[in-house]
Write a protein that binds this ligand. Structure first.
Ligand SMILES: Nc1ccc([C@@H]2N[C@H](CO)[C@@H](O)[C@H]2O)cc1
Ligand SMILES: [Ca+2]
Length: 313
């Protein structure tokens, strides 16, 4: 199984990414870390612990990280995720708390505790914790297998016309991560806007028939309404599990090598992930962009993971 650290800001789609990582046999979840983004750090951290409680995730350390971007003011996405960051379903009281290690240190310690080239970082929020980890312990850059992140876009944006939320709220952190020298797979909006939770998908999730599956359906019910109101989507794009799906099976989320640089100075384009698809990528290109989703197989992974989680006691 692929060993991963999930760095997230739950967030409806982060919650589904966590359940996919927990339920799929191809993933060994080493640690979960949280970062301010969709909501404030306390809210996203509580949400992560609630989802873990509901799914029966035990023996996995959870740690809270940065409560704001490196330089810029914190921003939230309450229009999509609501005031709690996970509006919609009833959330259980967390059965356990975060460890008293900062997320940055948990990331570093976990990478150094495993064989070089075996741990994949899967950020699904702002890249603040990942950038801090690379600066605090540069030796992890060559030791990490790769960074498979949900964020950015080859074309377009959502927070702005040119930039995707995770990158746009902390472009300086993203510049550090994309430029550190490790392999980076950008699972951006071009890919995740294909991961639509259509009525057929919702039926398949409900058909799993367990508490966690009903929870996901309730998450998607809220997500659908907020996405329609805020961005005019009929069915909501479920971004974050696409990054986990690429780690599970790269043929479900197909990528191409391409130079990618992050704009940090643009007056209108800060946070833009400038991706060069003009020609064959240079030899040894360490950045990749996800372009094509196998929609059916992606949702089979999600429903399969939910079925495998079953009804935790
Ligand atoms: N409008 C909007 C804002 C932020 C997000 C969050 N940021 C990423 C998509 O931009 C995902 O990680 C998701 O959790 C989704 C929609
Ligand atoms: Ca997220």
């Amino acid at each position: 199984a692929e060993k991963i650290i999930l760095d997230c800001d739950p967030g409806h789609d982060d919650a589904i990414a966590l359940l996919l990582a927990h339920g799929d046999p191809g993933i060994e979840l080493l640690a979960v870390t949280t970062v301010a983004g969709n909501q404030t750090l306390p809210k996203v951290t509580r949400n992560a612990l609630s989802v873990a409680t509901l799914a029966g995730i035990t023996g996995v350390p959870f740690a809270a990280g940065a409560d704001r971007p490196l330089l810029r003011a914190a921003a939230v996405a309450a229009d999509i995720h609501g005031d709690t960051g996970l509006d919609g379903p009833e959330l259980p009281e967390p059965a356990f708390d975060v460890v008293d290690t900062h997320a940055v240190d948990l990331i570093i310690d976990t990478v150094l505790a495993h064989e070089p080239g075996t741990v994949t970082l899967v950020p699904t929020g702002a890249l603040t914790n990942i950038a801090l980890a690379a600066r605090r312990a540069p030796e992890i850059v060559e030791r990490v297998r790769r960074v498979v992140l949900m964020g950015g876009a080859v074309h377009g944006g959502n927070l702005t016309p040119a930039a995707e939320f995770n990158i746009a709220i902390d472009p300086e952190a993203a510049e550090i991560v994309f430029g550190a020298g490790w392999e980076v797979v950008m699972v951006g909006l071009d890919l995740t806007h294909q991961a639509l939770a259509t009525p057929e998908v919702r039926r398949a999730i409900r058909a799993v028939g367990t508490g966690p599956a009903r929870f996901v359906d309730e998450l998607l019910e809220f997500f659908e309404h907020s996405y329609r109101a805020a961005q005019g989507f009929d069915a909501p794009p479920v971004h974050d599990p696409c990054a986990v799906a690429h780690v599970i099976d790269p043929t479900v989320v197909r990528t191409v090598p391409a130079p990618i640089v992050v704009e940090t100075a643009g007056r209108y384009t800060a946070g833009m992930t400038v991706t060069d698809l003009r020609g064959p990528a240079p030899q040894g290109c360490r950045t990749h962009a996800a372009l094509e989703l196998d929609h059916g197989r992606f949702w089979d992974l999600v429903t399969g993971a939910l079925a495998r989680i079953g009804e935790p006691s």
